[in-house]
Design a protein around this ligand. Sequence first.
Ligand SMILES: [Mg+2]
Length: 303
Amino acid sequence: MAPRHILDLSVEEQRSFIDSFDMVISDCDGVVWLLHGWIPGTGEAINALKSAGKSVKFVSNNSFRTDGQYMDKFDYIGAKNVQHDDIVHPVKSIVRYLHKHKPGKRVYSLMSLEANETLRKHGIEYESLQIKEHLTSATLVEHLAIEKPVEAVLFDIHLDMSYVELAKAIRHLQLNKNCELIAGGSDVIMPLTENLKVPGFYDFLQHVRHYTDRDAIFLGKPSPLLGDLLKEMYNIQAPERCIFIGDMLVQDVQFGKSCGFQSLLVLSGILTKADMDAAPPEAQPDYYADSLADFIELFKNLQ
Ligand SMILES: [Mg+2]
């Protein structure tokens, strides 16, 4: 059945829709706010969902923001009572994975300064290269020398990523066959502003894989491993009573569906209704809305 707009449902259908879930897991960029800008009414909508007894969590593929910076944004939109543990982004998933599967092991980070700050906070010993000098082949050789091996190379969106950092990651993976390649945000395209979409970090990850013949362990959306982690973190026993809200078909709708969650696509990000309609039926969400703020009107209808 074609996805239905939540405000096109009859009042009775809106009531049973709201009653059909206990937990909301929402993407952030394009749903709660824009990467550079705001979406009116989203804070109020989040508060309304909470007032209706829903547990509200947030999952983003964006780790180039610290938890503190996330909290500042939630404060700005007036979303009340959001806790650090309510927000999951790739670096936090990576930290959980490392604590579970590689406890106490040293890692190499191909991630942002903000992500490295999260590693440091969680007591993970990491190596990273921050080289600002002009490189020659001689200094490159020096920087690529391996002093201590690592048990994992961590890959995420990293706007300052450089050749020498990539080359060192490849060296580490080539030298230690047990070294895992763990990837967070690796979207193919990154929408920066309404009119500016740039290539994401997917191809840099492919570059590392190409020279190391290594598969990556993905811990960002839409990886099923992230789904397992969310179910464990939030003790989700009945996935069908959870709804995933996002603005992308693969990272959000497909991810939500693969977890057994209900799915809601909002058109406040980069996708239009025409994009949604053009997708094959199995890639379409259960519901759609113009914006998260449509929940404000929906709750008014139920009063
Ligand atoms: Mg998004």
